[in-house]
Design a protein around this ligand. Structure first.
Ligand SMILES: Cc1cc2nc3c(=O)[nH]c(=O)nc-3n(C[C@H](O)[C@H](O)[C@H](O)COP(=O)(O)OP(=O)(O)OC[C@H]3O[C@@H](n4cnc5c(N)ncnc54)[C@H](O)[C@@H]3O)c2cc1C
Length: 302
């Protein structure tokens, strides 16, 4: 979708928004898949309510992208524009055991910055790509921890009230790869409370998690992490592996040989290839185990 209405284009600079025309989302996603649309880069939070009012008044649909590491985006010209927060300086401010983090901050850099300030707890998130905003939305987690456990406050644009608000941690529910935020709420910043630990101890935990990832995940390949959520008490990867599906492909969309729940783009896979592979695997798992696998990857298909 192209923003060519002169009224919108003229209003953007004052709202602190930069328009990038015709962005290929394949270049903004870790899967390397996705069509083209206009991207609006937001440089100041205060302009967001007016920006969204403006887009709505002119009937311009939109979606939020963070680091694009959990997204499978459709092919071709896309029927909505994409909003992305620009990275601020500094990304993280430490105050005792609290870390105030901008949603656009890189998640891995946040984990290491906190570690260097003797704040731990997030060791499992090392190696999870993307932004802190995306991690909050997804309640990212690994190796027995999830980011939601450390959230004390979230600053967000709430679509329902059309304004920026602050929610306390206990007003938000964080479940396995699911949160109570409304689909069109936009995370802007978070206050985390983290356990104090000596840097050396945190580093040892980080090294263990890094090693676990390196030995089990296809880290050099284009993926979106796990495609499916684990059903209660089971492992989606193990079920797919038991069916002997590692290496199965549709065009360049392929199930990783290393980790059966990682589907990789081994060349120039289209969204259609990847979605066909996902649907095929869901059907086979359903037939064999009577389990309906749910997507962990967020699919933006039209
Ligand atoms: C190699 C690899 C390993 C991974 N390992 C893990 C893992 O161990 N655990 C895990 O949980 N995930 C993992 N992931 C998935 C992914 O990295 C996480 O879900 C990550 O937190 C997504 O963040 P993002 O900024 O890239 O979000 P995006 O992919 O950009 O977006 C994901 C969703 O969040 C929304 N979103 C993004 N930013 C905002 C915002 N500011 N406000 C509102 N909504 C927003 C988007 O609209 C979309 O719905 C892995 C991915 C890869 C490629």
């Amino acid at each position: 979708m192209r923003i060519d209405n002169p009224k919108i284009v003229a209003a953007l600079p004052e709202l602190g928004v930069e328009l990038r025309s015709g962005c290929a989302l394949a270049e903004l996603t870790s899967l390397g898949i996705g069509g083209t649309t206009d991207l609006l880069r937001i440089k100041k939070h205060e302009g967001i309510p007016d920006l969204l009012d403006l887009l709505d008044a002119h009937g311009v649909p939109h979606r939020f992208i963070g680091g694009g590491s959990n997204l499978l985006v459709g092919d071709g010209e896309l029927p909505w524009v994409v909003l992305q927060l620009a990275k601020p300086e500094p990304e993280v401010v430490i105050d005792g055991t609290f870390a105030q983090v901008d949603a656009a901050a890189d998640l891995g850099r946040t984990v290491t910055f906190c570690a260097k300030n003797d704040l731990g707890g997030m060791e499992g998130l090392i190696g999870v790509p993307g932004t802190v905003g995306g991690a909050l939305r997804m309640n990212a987690g690994a190796y027995g921890m999830q980011i939601g456990s450390y959230v004390r406050e979230v600053k967000l644009y709430r679509a329902a009230g059309r304004k920026i608000e602050i929610l306390k941690g206990d007003q938000i529910s964080f479940e396995y790869r699911h949160t109570s935020f409304a689909p069109d709420d936009m995370m802007l910043a978070v206050k985390l409370e983290l356990p104090s630990k000596p840097f050396k101890e945190i580093l040892a935990g980080i090294r263990i998690c890094n090693e676990k990832r390196r030995s089990s995940q296809p880290l050099g390949q284009k993926s979106a992490g796990c495609i499916f959520k684990n059903p209660p008490g089971a492992s989606a990867g193990r079920m797919i592996d038991e069916l002997g599906l590692k290496g199965l492909n549709v065009g360049d969309a392929r199930i990783s040989d290393r980790h059966a729940n990682f589907f990789v783009n081994a060349g120039s896979a289209s969204a259609k290839d990847m979605l066909t592979l996902i649907a095929d695997v869901r059907e086979r798992v359903h037939k064999a185990f009577d389990v309906e696998l749910e997507h962990e990857v967020v699919v933006w298909n039209a």
